[in-house]
Design a protein around this ligand. Structure first.
Ligand SMILES: *Cc1c(COP(=O)(O)O)cnc(C)c1O
Length: 420
């Protein structure tokens, strides 16, 4: 359920016509619905209400300060994967003791920043990282609270690039070695072993992989407790899928219902969740304008002013995003590729898609773009990144202004030997 709906054939975000925003702010533009975002966050939060829990939004899904701040004020913590995300979370007013920090390649500088900030937990992904963190914490006179990220070797049945819980993936510590690794961790002076973390992948549309993975983790926690290693936090990661094109992922409520019995077996574990996509994905759209139409002997193309630098998911994962006109009208449907202006054949938003026959100059909306949309965008082809807008009720706010040509070259310089 989201608040992007047609009224009299005009697409609205909440009570604001998309056309009004596009005309004022320009295109391409990401438009988010505040009330949709909050609704999705609360659906997860309320689903786990029976448990002592913390919902940490995965910052990498959408890292705009206004989005983070909206969620933080609704009670969310944050799941971060870099020093930059920590900086963003703190700037957005997130309490450090609601921040959990994952990632296979945390640098010493990043770990120091996180230790000094007082984050709740480091999700440690290797023995080498554990040793480095122990040493660093010692040199700072601090203790690092740690959950080991355990890879349960389950197939999340999703795109290979977003599977993380298979034994061939780079993430986490193999479940078969976990006990040994925990024993080592427990002996380290500046490490406080506090939890177990798992995250098996993204855009998972069934409960099966979550249940299978969790069963293994619950067994592990029981074994750890049996040897005197106390596990206070169970971090379930993120990964819950959304509907892009007819998928029927479990609702947060059904997801919770499927896994809560397993968690209850542990009797008293604080549960952490790290949803990203399910919170922000359908709370945002990307709006673009048709620049040209072009027909080759092979195909029809609709060339729009948003490209793979703005939304890379179709190019990177062959992901499907629904595309709809901002103004609905009676017209024939045609099969086209919707492409951007980037000099790559991989620059497409949709391929061989049957769509209403768009006109030049017309606005179209690329749906389900609130997660891994802007946050994965780049300046490729020296394209200034899009503006971002947050709509709440009948008002809209530019939460990131469109980049300019000046911002494109910010920080670059020409060395003296090239200046005659
Ligand atoms: C990416 C990621 C998430 C969020 O995944 P979604 O599929 O967007 O819910 C959560 N935890 C970790 C460790 C991640 O890397």
């Amino acid at each position: 359920m989201n608040f992007f709906q047609y009224q009299d054939n005009e697409l609205y975000a909440e009570q604001v016509p998309i056309k009004e925003i596009a005309d004022k702010v320009g295109t391409p533009v990401y438009i988010y619905s505040y009330n949709t975002l909050l609704r999705h966050f609360r659906a997860v939060d309320e689903a786990f209400a029976p448990l002592d829990h913390l919902v940490c939004f995965a910052v990498k899904a959408n890292s705009n300060l206004a989005i983070l701040s909206s969620l933080a004020q609704a009670g969310a913590g944050m799941d971060i994967v870099s020093g930059g995300e920590l900086y963003r979370a703190l700037c957005a007013g997130v309490a450090p003791d609601k921040i959990v920090y994952a990632g296979v390649g945390k640098t010493a500088l990043e770990m120091e920043y996180a230790l000094k900030s007082g984050v709740l937990l480091f999700n440690v992904e290797s023995q080498a990282e554990l040793q480095a963190l122990n040493q660093l914490a010692g040199s700072l006179g601090l203790k690092a609270r740690v959950a080991l990220r355990v890879n349960p070797d389950v197939d999340p049945q999703t795109h290979p690039y977003i599977s993380t819980g298979l034994k061939k993936n780079k993430f986490g510590i193999s479940i078969n070695q976990a006990i040994e690794e925990y024993k080592v961790a427990a002996e380290l002076k500046n490490i406080q072993v506090a939890g177990v973390h798992k995250h098996i992948g993204s855009q998972i549309t069934e409960t099966g992989p979550f249940v299978d993975g969790l069963k293994k983790i619950v067994e592990l926690i029981k074994q750890l407790r049996a040897i005197g290693i106390d596990i206070e936090y169970l971090n379930l990661g993120g990964g819950l899928g959304i509907t892009y094109n007819g998928e029927t992922p479990p609702s947060p409520e059904n997801f919770a219902r499927a896994i809560m019995p397993l968690i209850n077996e542990l009797g008293g574990c604080k549960v952490i969740l790290e949803p990203g996509r399910v919170v922000a994905g359908n709370a945002g759209i990307l709006v673009a304008r048709v620049i040209y139409k072009k027909t080759t002997p092979a195909k029809g193309f609709v060339i729009v002013d948003a490209g793979m630098n703005d939304l890379i998911r179709p190019s990177l994962y062959n992901a499907y995003h629904k595309i709809v006109p901002v103004h609905k009208a009676e017209r024939p449907e045609v099969e086209v590729d919707v492409v951007g202006p980037i000099c790559e054949s991989g620059d497409f938003l949709a391929q061989q898609r049957v769509l209403p026959e768009f006109r030049e100059g017309e606005l179209l909306a690329i749906l389900s773009a609130g997660s891994y949309g802007f946050s994965m965008s780049s300046n490729y082809n020296s394209r200034p990144r899009a503006a971002e807008v947050l709509v709440r009720d009948d008002k809209y706010y530019v939460i990131r202004r469109r980049e300019s040509y000046e911002t494109l070259i910010q920080g670059e310089s020409i060395p003296p030997f090239l200046q005659s």
